[in-house]
Design a protein around this ligand. Sequence first.
Ligand SMILES: Cc1cc2nc3c(=O)[nH]c(=O)nc-3n(C[C@H](O)[C@H](O)[C@H](O)COP(=O)(O)O)c2cc1C
Length: 217
Amino acid sequence: MSLSLKEAIAMRKSVKEFDPNVKIPHEEMLEMIKLAAEAPSSVNLQPWRFVVVESDEAKASIKDLVRFNTRQLETSAAFILVLSDNQHIHDMEKVYGKSVELGYMPQEVMTTNVAALKDALSQAPESYIRMQGMMDANLAAMQLMLIAKDHGYDTNPIGGFERDEVMDALRINKERYIPVMFIAIGKGTKAPHDSSRHEIEEIVAFNSGDAEGKIGK
Ligand SMILES: Cc1cc2nc3c(=O)[nH]c(=O)nc-3n(C[C@H](O)[C@H](O)[C@H](O)COP(=O)(O)O)c2cc1C
């Protein structure tokens, strides 16, 4: 399939029931995630990580932890847990080193940037680093849902789950990784419900929050 961006956006809707016979080959899953990982991230540190829960055994291990989302878990091809690595700032040399190697960044720029960033980030509170990582991972998650649509799959972003217990069940280091959301993915069995949106006039102000009294104090 090759949808236009507009079509992918218009066609993406949260789907809650999937054809349980549809599985996604690893090659295709990796292709979709690779594209999702083209998302922008703060100083390009790419904190997103993905755990693809697809086997019956792995799904069973989180069955009681996904609250009201069991139908999606049982019928989807996979439940993709999007994570953020809260140690991502330590990837700086690795990321920029790769850019230097590929000729995307001069060595001197890397040296200056790494020093400046390390200085700035060493003073940032941990909560800031975590928030930044979540922000970046959310962008990759959104991108993944649109790419999935282009591959002919439906998705449902899922925030309703027992975070701590899911991390334990899937044996993920919870000191280091923060669960952002699950994305249920598969082929929907029926047309999804439509959902309304705010009117554009209600959500945009130009130049200041209090323009037209909308987003002001
Ligand atoms: C961060 C996040 C968490 C969500 N959590 C759930 C969830 O736990 N279960 C569910 O059925 N839908 C969940 N949704 C889907 C929303 O209900 C849905 O996106 C919204 O109603 C708009 O509908 P649409 O996605 O079809 O456009 C979540 C969406 C987001 C973005």
